[in-house]
Design a protein around this ligand. Structure first.
Ligand SMILES: [Zn+2]
Length: 251
């Protein structure tokens, strides 16, 4: 049933530029040094054709995990989880765009007990292929319904993590980021802020000034060594983006 995906996506790959100014790739030095405490494991799975990052996070010695933004190549995620003998304790969506929710169905099918969690403002996108932007690409995708919706200040506790929810709309109306206030702080950021770029805001319901204000007020007020895991491209830090980001940086 999934065999149709790769050919379609190969055809799309040439024409898709979803994230302006973004140069994905593993060349970032930040990827090459250990950023986090040794108890944390983060594994990145990149789904084509949008080079979307799915993150699997788990704490050393545990078998329960978080899956963040399961994308368009769910077999990569399922094979990884099985290989590492990990069980998702929650499936988190930073927002409702198709490249971040396409794997929800397959994850819920395999792990029905893992709650699917998304920001309240993006709930309509789960069931609407026009809103989640998959229909315009000719590949209508929908997701199972959310088990839990979250808003600013909510706390998600799963797999030993305690994540704080912040709403940063502008790329999508109900975009949320998940913050783990560890040492250093960690942000699961979706399509808000990238290394050297920011999320597109020219989609329907996009809002550039709102997005930039959210980045400055909610992300740039976190400690400089806060590690940001974005929805596309390499990992970065709050300090690096504050200094150098051409859209929201301060220099
Ligand atoms: Zn998006």
């Amino acid at each position: 049933m999934r065999d149709w995906q790769p050919a379609c996506f190969r055809a799309l790959r040439e024409t898709c530029t979803i994230y302006k100014g973004l140069t994905p790739g593993p060349d970032c030095q930040l990827n090459k040094r250990p950023l986090m405490s040794s108890k944390l494991n983060v594994h990145t799975l990149v789904s084509q054709p949008f080079a979307e990052n799915t993150y699997v996070l788990w704490l050393q010695g545990r078998t329960d995990a978080l899956v963040v933004d399961p994308g368009l190549e769910p077999d990569l995620i399922l094979n990884f989880l099985r290989g590492e003998e990990l069980i998702p304790a929650a499936i988190l969506n930073t927002h409702g765009h198709a490249d971040h929710i396409a794997g929800n169905h397959f994850l819920k099918e395999a792990y029905p007990n893992a709650p699917l969690i998304i920001g309240a403002g993006d709930v309509p996108m789960l069931a609407d292929a026009e809103l989640n932007l998959s229909a315009p690409f000719g590949l209508p995708i929908t997701s199972p319904p959310a088990d839990r919706t979250v808003r600013e200040g909510d706390i998600v506790e799963a797999a030993g993590f305690r994540l704080e929810v912040l709403e940063i709309p502008g790329h999508s109306p109900g975009h949320v980021v998940f913050i783990w206030r560890d040492t250093p702080c960690l942000v699961l950021g979706g399509d808000v802020l990238f290394r050297g770029s920011i999320g597109r805001y020219d989609f329907p319901h996009g809002d550039g000034p709102l997005l930039m204000r959210g980045i400055r007020e909610k992300l740039f007020t976190l400690p400089s060594d806060t590690v940001l895991y974005p929805g596309h491209g390499p990992v970065t830090t709050v300090g690096h983006e504050k200094r150098t980001n051409p859209y929201v940086g301060q220099e």
